[in-house]
Design a protein around this ligand. Structure first.
Ligand SMILES: O=P(O)(O)OC[C@@H](O)[C@@H](O)c1c[nH]c2ccccc12
Length: 261
């Protein structure tokens, strides 16, 4: 039922005439026990799903904001095992689909099969493993399928056409369209080629296409959201949470969907 929960959430967004909004937060930042409050706040604010980062010592794709959040979470003693156990403990209270974003190393250390089982038991809907190339996804997909977990693939602005097609066709749950060359982090400008890039991905994909990296204002959410099926916002959400500006988080989410009050 896990993957279906994500599909259902996208169908609801489409029916409402809005766009998907997926915030990224770091598990264990502020202590693992604060995660339930964050998840429930975001769910009540109307997000479509939540991308939950697992802190890792060598986060090659992460910009300064996410890296700092990861350092704080590691200092709190957060591990993949603890996060999965915690999620299993709160799963009755959580309706919103959860997507785990983890580098491959922690999954490998855990054991791919055991990890898939525990993620399934924790009620997770999907996985993003940014350093696992599509050619190697067979290492995990047989086990993920048994638990009905989606493996979400990333397309970047650097991907050649043939590769965009391959990744878009293979992706489950949604396609993650990276909208900048570089690492995560809030930015002011948006590439002018974004519209055609997102359209090309869409053309090959049988699942929604969500754009992420550098989205940091309600205007970005609306502008980029109008060119695809939704947006992912990480660094800005993390900074606003740290500053105690939950109302601004709410404004970002609201920009994605007219039905959110
Ligand atoms: O922080 P940003 O620029 O809003 O981008 C989202 C991003 O943080 C989140 O999806 C993410 C965090 N770490 C990643 C590593 C790879 C791909 C994606 C991610």
């Amino acid at each position: 039922m896990s993957k279906q929960r994500l599909e259902h959430a996208f169908q609801q967004v489409e029916k409402s005439g809005g766009k998907a909004f997926v915030p990224y937060i770091m598990a264990g930042d502020g202590g693992l026990e604060s995660l339930e409050e964050k998840i429930l706040f975001l769910a009540e604010s109307g997000v479509t799903a939540i991308e939950l980062g697992i802190p890792f010592s060598d986060p090659v794709a992460d910009g300064p904001t996410i890296q700092a959040a990861g350092q704080r979470a590691l200092a709190e003693g957060t591990t993949l095992r603890k996060v999965l156990a915690y999620l299993e403990g709160i799963k009755e209270k959580v309706d919103v689909p959860l997507i785990l974003m983890t580098y491959f190393n922690p999954v490998y250390q855990y054991g791919v099969e055991a990890f898939s089982k525990d993620a399934g038991a924790a009620g997770v809907s999907g996985l993003i493993i940014p350093d696992l190339p599509v050619e190697q996804s067979d290492i995990v997909t047989p086990f993920l399928r048994q638990e009905e977990l989606a493996l979400i693939q990333l397309v970047t602005l650097m991907s050649p056409e043939e590769r965009i097609r391959k990744i878009a066709e293979a992706s489950e749950g949604f396609v993650y369209a990276v909208t900048v060359n570089g690492i995560t982090g809030a930015r002011s400008g948006v590439s002018e080629h974004l519209g055609s890039y997102l359209k090309r991905i869409k053309q090959y994909s049988h699942v929604p296409v969500l754009a992420g990296f550098g989205i940091s204002s309600p205007e970005h959410v609306q502008d980029i959201g109008s060119k695809c099926d939704g947006v992912i916002v990480g660094s800005k959400i993390i900074s606003l949470w740290e500053e105690g500006k939950q109302d601004e988080i709410h404004n970002l989410i609201k920009a994605s969907n007219p039905l959110i009050l």
